[in-house]
Design a protein around this ligand. Structure first.
Ligand code: SF4
Length: 270
């Protein structure tokens, strides 16, 4: 029978990690792995089920009449409010609701319509150039792949993801400032870059909720889980939330929410 007090330094005790093969006593520690999400699949499902009860058919606030005008509206929305963009595009889209008409309008006239929007000079150039590219390279249609969309002037990954999701129903996730904050704050999809958060959200959100997840997260970030001070007492997922800064674990009543309040600046790339 083995003497329990004997010291056999060459053999690790049960339950202890082995030393290094070079004979040193240093113990190899597993590298810390950033989790994809602090939430298990059932919790993620429940979070989005509640969002779907609150807003069964969420809509963005940008106005558009077809995929082309959506694309233009999203390009114009960088560092501007949706309300401000809508004010300008109502007249613009009456004059030009297709790439052909927009290209015919030209940079100067487009600029006249959008002068009230920040960075309008550059945006007018981009809208004219992307319209020409759509006519020249895509038969006047908005392409349905991210690779083709990001080739267009003024179109980045986030804009492409919005268009693919909203206009074509694809399961993409456009990570704006609100979604980036929520992904990290509550640990739903931690990431150092928007692309990392995007990838993790697409991995963890159940397929059945991907169609509207983008809008639900933006609206949750805009009106409840706000940047400066999250409004936890008004939050329907407060019991599930694992954010360090949450102030209550009592969830707000789960009821359908009417469209809310004034629009904040959205659409900015981060
Ligand atoms: S409980 Fe607070 S921190 Fe958590 S998601 Fe809701 S508002 Fe954000």
């Amino acid at each position: 029978m083995a003497n329990p007090k004997s010291k056999d330094r060459g053999t690790p005790k049960t339950g202890q990690p082995p030393g290094k093969r070079d004979g040193s006593n240093a113990v190899a520690r597993p590298r810390p792995v950033r989790p994809f999400s602090l939430y298990n699949p059932a919790e993620v499902h429940e979070i989005f089920r509640r969002f779907s009860v609150q807003r069964p058919e969420p809509k963005g606030e940008l106005e558009y009449v077809n995929p082309f005008t959506l694309l233009v509206a999203v390009v114009l929305s960088a560092q501007a409010t949706d309300a401000g963009v809508n004010k300008a595009t109502r007249a613009l889209f009456k004059a030009a609701d297709s790439p052909e008409k927009m290209a015919a309008l030209g940079v100067e006239k487009i600029g006249d319509y959008i002068r009230t929007i920040g960075l309008w000079r550059g945006k007018a150039k981009n809208v004219a150039a992307l319209s020409q590219a759509l006519v020249r390279d895509h038969g006047g249609r908005v392409p349905e792949t991210r690779e083709e969309l990001v080739e267009l002037p003024g179109v980045g990954r986030k804009t492409a993801n919005v268009v693919l999701n909203v206009a074509f129903g694809q399961h993409t996730m456009a990570v704006d400032t609100h979604i980036f904050r929520i992904g990290n704050r509550i640990g739903l999809a931690p990431g150092k870059t928007p692309e990392e958060v995007e990838r993790r959200l697409v991995e963890v959100i159940p397929d059945e909720y991907m169609r509207h997840a983008h809008h639900w997260l933006i609206l949750h970030g805009r009106y409840v889980c706000k940047a400066r001070k999250p409004d936890c007492p008004a939050c329907a997922i407060a019991d599930l939330c694992k954010a360090r800064e949450k102030t209550t674990s009592i969830p707000a009543p789960l009821v359908e929410i009417e469209p809310l309040g004034p629009a904040e600046p959205v659409g900015q790339d981060i």
